[in-house]
Design a protein around this ligand. Structure first.
Ligand code: H2B
Ligand code: FE
Length: 300
């Protein structure tokens, strides 16, 4: 059957969870912790029953979860001034994140809506890439709400609330980045399976693990770097190769499980990189119908 292109966020499925979610794999740090697994089930169920337009459920985080959050925030914040890109640093104060409370997605969504018009939709786990990217076309960022396991506070193989909030939200509050995220989303509506694979890699090596040159420095803008103390130190210490990004060339296979990245792709500047990525997205967007273009706010 031909693929149905969603015309609104209500038509983007948030049910296609690719693992993690409530059922943890054997190598997950929380696999042997029954209380942790039950907590995940509860939080995932709240996300599953959420409906667009309703407020995002409030979570009462436990003292243990607040401690994991607070320690991650405090340790990461110390590295941002030197190693986070200027767009990230500019947006950071908007969210007023504090170590003594895990922020509520509803409040953060309000802040985002007031800056770039992006909003947050709660989701139970790692979403299918097409659904996840489709959400961006409707200025919606799908976000998990559960906390990583306390035995591994510095690294998580899956998205969790620390990754989403600290890593992604500050960039999404930047107008130029938000416009890029929207363009990637719109391109995903047009992409066939082959094109989607490349788009997912572009997303991975930029939005998740991208770095950008600022003068003679290399700064992080990818959420997977900015939300992981270990990964950010690895990047800051020059632990990985830095290669220029060519959006038109094939990119390496993605691994979710190999630990830190061995190679980062760098934008020459944020502005120049955004132009290149926008050009790639525009090449896919050419295939969209007027109905879809109108639905995502593009001129026909
Ligand atoms: N799902 C969730 N819940 N959060 C993400 O950050 C995320 C996702 N990223 N699914 C996506 C996939 C991304 O890594 C690409 C598009 O595969
Ligand atoms: Fe992410």
């Amino acid at each position: 059957a031909p693929r149905r292109v969603p015309l609104g966020i209500q038509e983007v499925d948030n049910g296609a969870i690719l693992g993690f979610s409530a059922e943890l794999s054997e190598d997950h740090p929380g696999f042997h912790d029954a209380a942790y697994k039950q907590r995940r089930v509860n939080i995932c169920n709240l996300a599953r029953s959420h409906r667009i337009g309703e407020p995002i459920p409030h979570i009462s985080y436990t003292a243990e979860e607040v401690a994991v959050w607070g320690s991650a925030l405090t340790r990461l914040e110390h590295l941002f001034q030197q190693h986070a890109c200027k767009e990230f640093q500019r947006s950071w104060p908007l969210f007023d994140l504090r170590p003594d409370a895990v922020p509520q997605l509803e409040d953060l969504s309000q802040v985002l809506q007031g800056t770039t018009g992006f909003r947050i939709r709660p989701v139970a786990g790692l979403l299918h890439p097409r659904d996840f990217l489709n959400g961006l076309a409707f200025r919606t960022f799908h976000s998990t709400q559960y906390m990583r396991h306390s035995s591994k506070p510095d690294y998580t193989p899956e998205p969790d609330v620390i990754h989403e909030v600290i890593g992604h939200l500050p960039m999404l509050a930047d107008p130029s980045f938000a416009s890029l995220a929207h363009a990637i989303g719109v391109a995903s509506l047009a992409a066939d399976e082959e094109q989607l694979k490349h788009l997912v890699k572009l997303y991975w090596y930029t939005v998740e693990f991208g770095v950008v040159r600022e003068g003679s420095d290399v700064k992080a803008f990818g959420a997977g770097i900015l939300s992981s103390y270990g990964e950010l130190q690895h990047m800051a210490a020059g632990g990985a190769e830095v290669a220029p990004l060519d959006v038109w060339q094939p990119l390496p296979k993605i691994s979710y499980k190999d630990g830190y990245q061995k190679r980062y792709f760098a934008l020459e500047s944020f502005e120049a990189g955004a132009v290149e990525l926008q050009a790639y997205c525009a090449s896919l967007q050419a295939g969209l119908t007027d109905e879809v273009r109108a639905a995502v706010g593009l001129a026909s």
